[in-house]
Design a protein around this ligand. Structure first.
Ligand SMILES: Cc1cc2nc3c(=O)[nH]c(=O)nc-3n(C[C@H](O)[C@H](O)[C@H](O)COP(=O)(O)O)c2cc1C
Length: 228
């Protein structure tokens, strides 16, 4: 090999090597960026039998606030009002829950916001039925584990059992390995909303708690997604 040919070969290898390294770095950076830009879904579930009423509205407020945290946050409201969802049965059940299950199995799901009216100071039977039917999300894999869950409770009175309702739902969701979260002051336990004549518009405090809950669920979902 002549001298100039050897030089050309060396500089080719140098350039090729540098390009390969640059390519690898670019690929790593791209993968990192792709990962950081992965959407995170927050699903809100309204468990009032009355479709589109105050519980659904309060959950939507929490979801809208969640979206303000990052462009990565995507939200969806599932309103169980009017749907037929029975509680657990050892026999296979054909009802509306079967359309909802795949949404909860979405690998992009980053967190849940569950809303329930306060019925006799506890969760609605629809909410309980929904949670019982979520049993397939525990086996063979705990698909909801280590994801945040926040709760919105709506009652007709200021002290109508909203906090007890939130507590019941938090405790149930612990069985799924979920991480119960509230919001910042004064929404420590979650969203506590008062409905007056089927409207929550005048409940500034309650609306504030719904927003703070949504924001915190989104913040925690983003933090936890970084560790997956
Ligand atoms: C069976 C039943 C029990 C209720 N119990 C309570 C209660 O314990 N505390 C309360 O503040 N409101 C109670 N309410 C009122 C509902 O929580 C309130 O109307 C709520 O806004 C309903 O949610 P929705 O508008 O999404 O249907 C009760 C309503 C019903 C139908």
């Amino acid at each position: 090999m002549k001298n100039h040919e050897m030089t050309d070969r060396r500089s080719f290898l140098k350039v090729a090597g540098a390009t390969a390294v640059a390519g690898t770095i670019a690929a790593l950076t791209l993968n990192g960026a792709e990962q950081n830009e992965k959407p995170i879904k927050i699903i809100g579930v309204s468990c009032s039998p009355r479709k589109g009423m105050t519980t659904a509205k309060a959950v939507q407020i929490a979801l809208d606030a969640a979206k303000t945290v990052s462009p990565r946050i995507q939200t969806e409201l599932i309103d169980l009002g009017g749907l037929k969802i029975s509680g657990y049965s050892p026999q296979p059940i054909q009802d509306d829950f079967n359309q909802i299950l795949p949404k909860l199995q979405d690998p992009l799901l980053g967190g849940l916001i569950i809303g329930s009216p306060s019925y006799f100071r506890g969760m609605s039977s629809l909410c309980k039925a929904f949670i019982e039917r979520c049993a397939p999300l525990r086996e063979p894999k705990m698909v909801l584990a280590n994801k945040p869950v926040g709760v919105v409770a709506v009652g007709a009175f200021r002290n109508g059992g909203q906090e007890l309702t939130i507590e019941q739902i938090h405790v149930s969701m612990l069985c799924f390995g979920m991480i119960p979260v509230g919001g910042n002051t004064p929404a420590f336990q979650g969203a506590t909303v008062v409905s007056t004549k089927d409207s929550i518009d005048s409940d500034e405090l309650g609306i504030d708690t719904a927003k703070k809950l949504g924001i915190h669920v989104a913040e925690i979902a983003i933090k936890l997604s970084a560790s997956i």
